[in-house]
Each structure stands twice: as structure tokens, then as C-alpha cells.
Ligand binder design. Structure first.
Ligand code: GRG
Length: 296
């Protein structure tokens, strides 16, 4: 499916590489039932922004890596992200009917197929790494990092705490603890896998992880602000459900103005973390500025 340009041409070229590779990963053998394949393709090939895989490719490039080594890892993190979106949209979790401007997976198909499509994306991610990331020790390190980032102490744990928090304490420490795991871990591992596939040194890897941690927070603040403003106007594409039901968010804890200030501080910290790469860091800087100014 063609997607609208969101970025400058150099980054759009990476987005196209990612889209083409994802399409290849959706070429299922005859063992996969057609209705399951259709649901997986419907979600994975939908016009997402592809921020996580773009970060993997940008991190690889800034460390002089070969993109062909980074692409399978980039696709793997996008697969995990898509599984988490499908499951997050289910009635048992966020109960959403729209995703990327289209009916969510369980609305378009049914709940059981949505659960299975999400389930299938997890092993697909690890198969992409195991089969296509070379050499084997780099594939092993990528698998280890992605398993941790998507596991019970990070993505899944952050989501569990977030669900519990609808009724719990509303403070900034808890807020950051949730979001560094629910949102930040996948963004950070996207960068780290780019560094690993490029055989980056420890300093380069550390700078990218620092950038990822700040970017993860910035990403979540923007998400909360978009949701908060959607709930105020009720006119945007967003439903503002989180704000409506008193969920733990940056505007609910810090207020709108302080969230904005914090957002700009943290974005500058993200950009400062990658200054050691010099001009080569420009695409990462562009991605950070895109995250802050995005409207969807
Ligand atoms: C179900 C284990 C599990 C985790 C769910 C995805 C998620 C964790 C929660 C969704 C709630 C939410 C709005 C989180 C904020 C960050 C986020 C993941 C936003 C969506 O990511 P984008 O904007 O989406 O990168 P696209 O569609 O562009 O890929």
C-alpha cells in the first residue's frame, strides 16, 4: 500500500525499504490460513509512521553500518510494535475501534483472529532476526535485546502497570516508570539493534541509548498531549479516551503548559546525546524533531 510522505526524501527512502521488506515478510507459506494471513497483512502493512524501524536504520547509518544487516532487525521491531497495537486495541485492554485511520483488527476481522494475528507477529519478529541478521552472534544479540525490551519487565510490564494505574497513584515517578517501559523500551531497542548490526563501539551504542531514552519520553508526552487536546476539542481524529477516563498522563500529572516545557527540554537532551556523531547525526535529529511536532 502506498503511504503519504511524512519525512524528507532521504528518510522516506528508508521508509520505502522498510515497507518493501515488511511486504516480503508477509509472504506466508501454505501452512498459514488465508484469513490469518489477511489479518496480519491488514495490520502490519497499514500506513504507520514506521518510527521504530526508521530509528534502527538511522542508528545503523550513523555508525557506518550496512543497511541490509539492519533491515531484518528494523522489521522485527515493527512486528513487535504492531502486535502490541493489535492487543492494546482489544476490548480487554483499550477497546479501540480505529487505528491508523481504519477499523482496528478485531473490528475488521474478529477478536479471536486479532489475538492470533498479534500472537503470530511475535515469532515472526524473532524468525526475521534469526534467519536474516548476519552473522549469528549479531542475530543472537539482537534477539536478546528485543526479547528483553518486549518482555515482562519492559513493554508488557509497562502495559500491565498502566492498566492498573487507572485506579492507582497518580504521580510523576510512576508515570515515568510506566512510559520508559511501555513506550521507551521499544524505541531504545530500535536504536540499539541498529548500533549492534553496524558493529558500533561502546561509546556509540551508549550515545544512541541515551538519545533513545530521551526520545521515548518525548514521544509519550506528545502522545498524551495529542490525546488531551483531542479530548478538549472532540474534533480531532483522536478520541481523547485516556484523558476522559482519568488515566495517568503527562497533562494529568504536570498540567498542559509544564508538559510542553518538559517536552522541549527532553527533546534538546535527546539531540545533545548524539552530538558526538557530528553532521552524520542529522537524520536522527530530524526524527526527534518529527516526533515532537507530529500531529498523529
Ligand atoms: C499489549 C503488551 C501490550 C502493549 C501495548 C502499544 C501499547 C503497548 C500501548 C498503546 C497505547 C499508546 C497510545 C501508547 C503510546 C505510544 C504508542 C505505542 C503510540 C503508537 O505508536 P506510533 O505513533 O504508531 O508510532 P504508528 O501507527 O505510527 O506505528
Amino acid at each position: 500500500m502506498a503511504s503519504t510522505a511524512l519525512f524528507p526524501p532521504q528518510i522516506e527512502a528508508h521508509r520505502k525499504l522498510i515497507q518493501d521488506a515488511l511486504l516480503r515478510y508477509c509472504d506466508f507459506d501454505s501452512g498459514c490460513p488465508e484469513h490469518l494471513a489477511e489479518a496480519i497483512r491488514y495490520c502490519l502493512l497499514a500506513p504507520g509512521k514506521r518510527i521504530r524501524p526508521l530509528l534502527t536504520l538511522a542508528a545503523s547509518e550513523v555508525c557506518d553500518g550496512d543497511l541490509s544487516a539492519a533491515i531484518p532487525a528494523a522489521c522485527a521491531v515493527e512486528m513487535i510494535h504492531n502486535y502490541s497495537l493489535i492487543h492494546d486495541d482489544l476490548p480487554a485492554m483499550d477497546d479501540d475501534e480505529l487505528r491508523r485511520g481504519r477499523p482496528t483488527c478485531h473490528i475488521q476481522f474478529d477478536e479471536a483472529i486479532a489475538i492470533l494475528a498479534g500472537d503470530a507477529l511475535i515469532p515472526m519478529a524473532f524468525e526475521a532476526i534469526a534467519r536474516d541478521v548476519q552473522p549469528a552472534e549479531v542475530a543472537l544479540e539482537c534477539s536478546r535485546l528485543l526479547a528483553i525490551a518486549s518482555g515482562p519487565s519492559k513493554l508488557v510490564g509497562g502495559q500491565a502497570d498502566d492498566l492498573g494505574c487507572e485506579f492507582g497513584a497518580h504521580d510523576r515517578v510512576m508515570l515515568e516508570k510506566i512510559h520508559s517501559r511501555k513506550t521507551g523500551a521499544l524505541l531504545t531497542v530500535s536504536l540499539e539493534m541498529g548500533a549492534v548490526t553496524a558493529r558500533a563501539d561502546e561509546d556509540q551504542r551508549h550515545s544512541l541509548v541515551e538519545y533513545g531514552k530521551h526520545l521515548g519520553l518525548a514521544f509519550q508526552i506528545v502522545d498524551d498531549l495529542l490525546d488531551f487536546r483531542g479530548s478538549q476539542t472532540k474534533m480531532g481524529k483522536r478520541t481523547g479516551k485516556d484523558a476522559d477516563r482519568g488515566k495517568l498522563t503527562y497533562p494529568s500529572v504536570l498540567g498542559e503548559a509544564e508538559s510542553e516545557t518538559f517536552l522541549h527540554e527532553i527533546t534538546e537532551k535527546a539531540i545533545a546525546s548524539i552530538q558526538s556523531f557530528g553532521d552524520a547525526a542529522k537524520p536522527l535529529e530530524l526524527l526527534a524533531r518529527f516526533v515532537v511536532s507530529r500531529t498523529q
